[in-house]
Design a protein around this ligand. Sequence first.
Ligand SMILES: *Cc1c(COP(=O)(O)O)cnc(C)c1O
Length: 333
Amino acid sequence: MASALPVSLKDIRAAAQWIGSHVVETPIVPSALLGAIAGVPVWLKLEHHQTTGSFKLRGATNAVLALSPAEKARGVVAASTGNHGRALAHAAKAQGMVATICMSRLVPENKVSEIRRLGAEVRIIGRSQDEAQQEVDRLVRADGLVVIPPFDHPDVVAGQGTLGLEIIDALPEAATVLVPLSGGGLAAGVAAAVKGINPKTKVIGLTMERGAAMKASLDTGWPVQVEEVSSLADSLGGGIGLDNRVTFAMCRDLLDDVVLLTEAEIAAGMRHAYASEGEIIEGAGAVGIAALLAGKIRSGGPIVAILSGRNVDMEQHRRVMDGETAICAEDGP
Ligand SMILES: *Cc1c(COP(=O)(O)O)cnc(C)c1O
């Protein structure tokens, strides 16, 4: 079955060669405190130290480098205002290209200026993410721009998989790898890399309890839509695409389990990261620690938790550190 998957270990090794000089090989460090809780050694892969603050730079860089010269000349476009938008802006600039990032008028000014600072052309259009996406489609039709999607693309998945290679190279004896899960690009790539080298290693996807589209899709057996609700793990929001081509099948075939976290558990994960490990991470990056603290992970051997990103609003981070519980009050607990 594995040979039929759209991204192989070979693709991921090739991606590692391509992107090696453009991304940081992030540290992997032991956590004595979490190890004591889990009863087995726990390692943290500090991917939030990646350039642009998340692993998204790996996939975006690999996808940009894989473009043909004609495609490179046309330019790249995306509608993400989050970590993928940042990563694509940076990856394009590093290749002497300009990325166009479309966003709605409702996107806060600090996000707009951050993406501009990274060298992208920002197009502000409409009042919703849907309208921003329509502008992307229009630019593809009218100007021939090339869309680089945030997860559902073989080159993006192969790029994210390089994170899995780094983990299994550093820690071949890893028994369980904990991966934050949204559209599944990271989980698909990491699982393909880790299991390609050591098929016995378990890979577990972690996401928030509410609005988890991949979990609902895996339970249903095909891609489904779920209602979006706000979460501390905002980078884990959004659907997987009803016409998903790559990540759904890979997550279905490669993930050993999906574990869900409450908002309070995610907040506790962020607090532990800061107070006990000295790391500032966003909610999406905290789900691995959150699951360990909540006693939701059983493993017979060493565990690696991926801290996937650090791009959190510092005011929100302060409120979480202060122990405020109703961060996303509009949805209730
Ligand atoms: C995008 C993102 C994720 C989820 O990655 P997918 O490939 O969409 O599953 C997790 N953490 C952070 C910080 C992200 O930016």
